[in-house]
Write a new protein. Structure first.
Length: 194
């Protein structure tokens, strides 16, 4: 099965949850523009493009963070919120700056949509969310993206660790991607690792 992604962090997370290695998208296959208005729409764009290029069963992920007081931004633009060539740090700084400037609710949620196109060409969608809040105090070395500023609700009200401070197993158990990948694994008749 091909994973239509060149994001090494995402690939590692999905492989760890599924418990097996995925084939990566060949280098000569160009990634299509992600111009849908939803995570599911972008995941399907990537999966369809990879399927057309390879003829194989494929999965594709689109994910990001939605901040309540920013009207759901950055949303589908999470990976490029501060610009097309923005780093994770650039994107995080922009979101935290906007949040500080408006003094709004720090409530946020991670969203993940996984599109799977099977050998017969049938399309399937799996989605997961992880609610929490953003904090200005960036902490932790694990994870990526907005993880160093995101405190998930599911670790409990007394737990102030960010997503970048919890263990990989803890993260996969509650994360948006972990939930979506476990649903995919069950659809495939597999027992997910986590």
């Amino acid at each position: 099965m091909i994973f239509a992604s060149r994001n090494a962090h995402k690939v590692a997370e999905v492989e760890q949850i599924l418990g097996f290695d995925l084939e990566l998208l060949p280098d000569d296959v160009e990634s299509p523009p992600e111009d849908a208005e939803t995570f599911a729409g972008n995941a399907l764009i990537k999966a369809r493009s990879a399927r057309e290029a390879t003829g194989q069963a494929v999965i594709a992920d689109d994910s990001g963070i939605e901040v309540d007081s920013l009207d759901g931004r950055p949303g589908v633009r999470s990976a490029r919120y501060a610009g097309e060539d923005a780093t994770d740090g650039d994107n995080l700084a922009k979101v935290l700056g906007e949040l500080a400037a408006n003094g709004g609710d720090p409530g946020a949620r991670y969203v993940c949509a996984i599109a799977y196109i099977d050998d017969a060409g049938e399309e399937h969608l799996f989605e997961g969310t992880c609610a929490g809040r953003l904090v200005q105090d960036i902490r932790g070395t694990g994870g990526f993206g907005y993880d160093p500023a995101f405190i998930p609700d599911e670790t409990g009200p007394a737990d102030e660790r960010t997503m970048a401070e919890i263990t990989s197993d803890e993260k996969h158990a509650i994360s948006h991607r972990g939930k979506a990948v476990r649903d995919l694994a069950r659809h495939l008749g597999l027992q997910p690792y986590l």
